[in-house]
Design a protein around this ligand. Structure first.
Ligand SMILES: Nc1ncnc2c1ncn2[C@@H]1O[C@H](COP(=O)(O)OP(=O)(O)OP(=O)(O)O)[C@@H](O)[C@H]1O
Ligand SMILES: [Mg+2]
Length: 268
């Protein structure tokens, strides 16, 4: 088992409950797409799985490690080094060079001397170049992050996770800034990477067509609760309508009626 959440809740310090009654588990090597309207709790759930937020209710085990509000710092740090996160808003020091950002993927796994040395002088340039090649950014190896476009920066975040070789990959809207063709290729890359290494992948996606074509398991979330957890083939238009009903940007049906190029180029 890669992770297991049993009746997990998350109430923020301001009293707002972002997640309630979340019961969800995944076998090692499984890939799951998380879909749902804006504000549904996708980022909250990914952050909870990644231990950025600790559950305020229920029980959670991630990569064999029980995670509670009182988990000691040492096992928490060890656990985090095994989890790779692609953030919705890239938390990259913008003045940093791309190579340093990619290598930061393994900082938690390296001894302190190597981590510190890597900040001053990159320790594994060949490894960083290889990861960047996979997102077609090898020419940006020594560029500064503030010289990149939003979509390029997003792909640097993905290269960092590829380089990290995490056992659990959490990707929050990993392709939101990419054009449809690149978005498809990048989601395929993440899914293939996870499958090849038997890593578990959980990715939130606003592009429902990408989720349905690239992932076999789809979890729908709304109002901080899981609405469905189904094989992609069983996610009907009616379920999608219900999931997105009343959302500010409407249902995904407009996307279904007028497919973008990404949905034409099916994942499988
Ligand atoms: N730190 C926080 N403190 C209080 N409330 C929060 C916090 N973070 C998120 N929330 C609230 O939790 C709810 C879920 O937010 P979340 O970011 O998980 O949604 P989301 O599904 O990722 O949305 P989007 O698709 O827009 O990224 C929202 O109502 C949000 O305002
Ligand atoms: Mg979000």
């Amino acid at each position: 088992m890669s992770f297991a959440l049993d009746d997990v809740g998350l109430t923020h310090s301001n009293g707002f409950t972002a997640l309630s009654g979340i019961t969800l588990s995944a076998a090692q090597g499984e890939s799951i797409a998380l879909i749902g309207p804006s504000g549904a709790g996708k980022t909250s759930l990914l952050n909870t799985l990644g231990t950025g937020h600790l559950p305020t209710a229920g029980r959670m085990t991630v990569l064999g490690q029980p995670v509670t509000a009182s988990i000691p710092a040492k096992p928490l740090k060890a656990l985090r080094s095994r989890i790779g996160t692609v953030y919705q808003a890239t938390p990259v020091p913008l003045r940093q060079r791309v190579v340093t950002t990619v290598l930061a993927g393994r900082l938690g796994q390296w001894p302190l001397w190597k981590a510190l040395a890597s900040l001053a002088y990159p320790q594994d340039i060949a490894g960083a170049r290889e990861a960047l090649e996979r997102v077609q950014l090898q020419d940006k190896l020594f560029a500064r992050c503030d010289q990149l476009s939003g979509g390029q920066l997003q792909r640097v975040g993905i290269a960092r996770v590829l380089y990290q070789q995490a056992e659990l990959i959490l990707a929050d809207e990993p392709v939101s800034a990419l054009d449809p063709a690149l978005a498809l290729a990048t989601v395929q890359l993440l899914v293939q990477e996870a499958a090849a290494r038997r890593a578990t992948l959980v990715a939130s996606l606003h592009a429902v067509d990408l989720a349905l074509s690239c992932f076999s398991r789809i979890v729908g979330i709304r109002g901080g609760r899981i609405v469905f957890d189904l094989p992609a083939a069983q996610v009907s238009e009616a379920r999608l309508q219900a999931l997105y009903a009343g959302a500010p940007n409407g249902s995904p049906s407009s996307r279904t009626q007028a497919p973008e190029p990404a949905s034409v180029m099916a994942c499988r």
